[in-house]
Structure formats: structure tokens, C-alpha cells
Design a protein around this ligand. Structure first.
Ligand code: FEO
Length: 171
């Protein structure tokens, strides 16, 4: 049975993960509005990953006899001044999510909640990847600067990203 403190903290984390999905989906709409369909595709895959993250916490609470509570989501920002600003925000947002995962890791240790600790190890590795992938795009956009040609090339490259749903056993 999951403890009350961990149940509450994971319910908060479901909200954070769904707010991530909401933010990235808003970026999908922004990129389409700018004719950057490749970046929109990249963010669409990111959005789907965030929903998988939320569901991992959802299922963990459910499997341990807890009660999932869905909390209100904040309305995401609608516009950015450039693709660089959008990806910078995505990178900052991932750093924020990492800090929330770190808080959960600390709570699991305090509560001696080993099942939560095992789940959270997956998230610790995932956040290394999430920060790395967003910061790589930031670096590429910084290098491109005002080059329209560079932006088109990068848009094409990012459009190759696809979402790979996790195997059923992991869901
Ligand atoms: Fe679910 Fe991108 O952190």
C-alpha cells in the first residue's frame, strides 16, 4: 500500500507531467503556425512521451492501492518570439521537472518506500535524456542564428522524430 505522502506527491507529479504535455502541445500549435512542421512533429512526440510519464505515476498509485486524483492544469503559454525561445523554455521546463523528480527520490528515501524508489530510478535516467535532447536543439538553434536555410534544414531533421510507445508490460 502506498503511503499518503507519496500518494499526494505522485498525484502532484501527474499534474506536472500533464502540464508538460500541455505546454509542448501548445508549442506544436505554435510551430505549425510558423510553418515549422518538423519542429511541430518533434514536439508532438515529446507531448506523447509526457502522457506516458503521467501514466507511469497513475498506474503506480493504482497498483499500490492508492487513489489517483487529477488536479487542475495551468493554461500553457500560446506564443513564443522564436523557435529558439520555445526550445529554451522546453529545456528550462525539463530542468524544473528534474528538480521535482529529485524531490520524489528524497521523499522515497525518507519514507523507505522501495517500490517508489525503483520507479523513480527510471525517471532519473529519463530526465538526463530529456534535458540532453532539449538542450541539443537549443545549441543547434543558437548556432543557426538568423540563417533561414539553417532553420529549414534543422526543421527537416527534427521532423524525423517518431514516438515509440512503451511495451505493454511497461505501461
Ligand atoms: Fe516527463 Fe519531460 O519530463
Amino acid at each position: 500500500m502506498i503511503g499518503k505522502k507519496m500518494e499526494e506527491a505522485m498525484n502532484q507529479q501527474i499534474k506536472h507531467e500533464l502540464e508538460s504535455a500541455y505546454l509542448y502541445l501548445s508549442m506544436v500549435a505554435y510551430f505549425h503556425s510558423q510553418g515549422l512542421d518538423g519542429m511541430a512533429q518533434w514536439m508532438r512526440a515529446q507531448t506523447q512521451e509526457e502522457i506516458v510519464h503521467a501514466m507511469k505515476f497513475f498506474d503506480h498509485i493504482k497498483e499500490r492501492g492508492g487513489r489517483v486524483e487529477l488536479l487542475p492544469l495551468a493554461q500553457p503559454k500560446r506564443d513564443w518570439t522564436s523557435p529558439l525561445e520555445a526550445f529554451q523554455e522546453a529545456y528550462q521546463h525539463e530542468q524544473f521537472i528534474t528538480s521535482k523528480i529529485d524531490d520524489l527520490v528524497r521523499l522515497a528515501a525518507q519514507e523507505e518506500d522501495h517500490p517508489a524508489g525503483i520507479l523513480l530510478q527510471w525517471f532519473v535516467s529519463e530526465q538526463v535524456e530529456e534535458e540532453s535532447s532539449t538542450s541539443q536543439v537549443v545549441q543547434m538553434l543558437e548556432r543557426i542564428g538568423d540563417s533561414g536555410h539553417g532553420l529549414i534544414m534543422l526543421d527537416r531533421e527534427l521532423g524525423a522524430r517518431t514516438f515509440n510507445p512503451p511495451p505493454a508490460a511497461e505501461e
